[in-house]
Design a protein around this ligand. Structure first.
Ligand code: ZN
Length: 219
């Protein structure tokens, strides 16, 4: 169940739009919408095998879209300054994620690689994974998700550089439409030193792997 939250920094765009609780349909309305889609598909929502489906779909949606109820800025707010002078790249590779494309509500499954060059402050590594999760558990397009993760890290940690690379398979492309399995999409966003300095960029790309070169084995 999404909870309302107060944004903790000024919002330059729509990233932290809180859930519109007043306009949120009731659970029963959501279940009725699922029954409508079942009828639209050509089946009978009152037959035994489908009776429990609306309830299960609505519960799944609670899980798939739990990111609307979480504030990604608040998540990163607790940082650590005690780094003993560590000022090299911090990278977390192969963060698996499951999201849904906002055009077809079909799964997007892939991996995120996140790196930053600290400026005195670091954040717990589990927080990086949680940040990915918050944005993945919303209706997404891959380009937007890449930018959201990078921009949030940049704004909250104010590091010297941020790099985010996402490789993902889009089921709206593999199971419908053009039916092209095995295709992965790669997006990246580089900020600060990783954008401006070719050496730093090369260093971070070497750490997080060549975009597109990694295999999406487990998706
Ligand atoms: Zn799609």
């Amino acid at each position: 169940m999404p909870r309302a939250f107060a944004p903790t920094v000024p919002l330059p765009d729509q990233r932290f739009r809180p859930p519109m609780t007043e306009q949120r349909p009731s659970r029963e309305e959501a279940m009725e919408a699922v029954r409508t889609l079942i009828r639209w598909a050509g089946d009978d929502p009152t037959r035994e095998g489908l009776l429990g489906t609306p309830d299960r779909v609505v519960r799944s949606y609670g899980e798939f879209f739990s990111g609307y109820g979480e504030d990604p800025v608040a998540l990163l707010q607790r940082t650590f300054a005690e780094t003993n002078g560590y000022d090299e790249i911090v990278a977390l590779r192969d963060i698996r994620f499951e999201s849904h494309c906002e055009h077809h509500i079909a799964p997007i499954i892939g991996k995120v690689h996140v790196a930053y060059l600290p400026n005195k402050r670091v954040v717990g590594i589990s927080k990086l994974a949680r940040l990915v999760e918050v944005y993945a558990k919303r209706l997404q397009i891959q380009e937007k998700m890449t930018a959201q993760i990078a921009n949030t890290l940049d704004e909250v940690l104010q590091p010297k550089g941020v790099a985010v690379v996402i490789e993902a398979a889009h089921q709206c492309m593999t199971t419908r439409g053009v039916h092209k399995p095995g295709v992965t999409m790669v997006t990246s966003r580089m900020l600060g030193a990783f954008r401006e300095d070719p050496l730093s960029r090369r260093e971070v790309l070497a750490m997080i792997g060549t975009p597109g070169g990694a295999k999406l084995d487990n998706v």
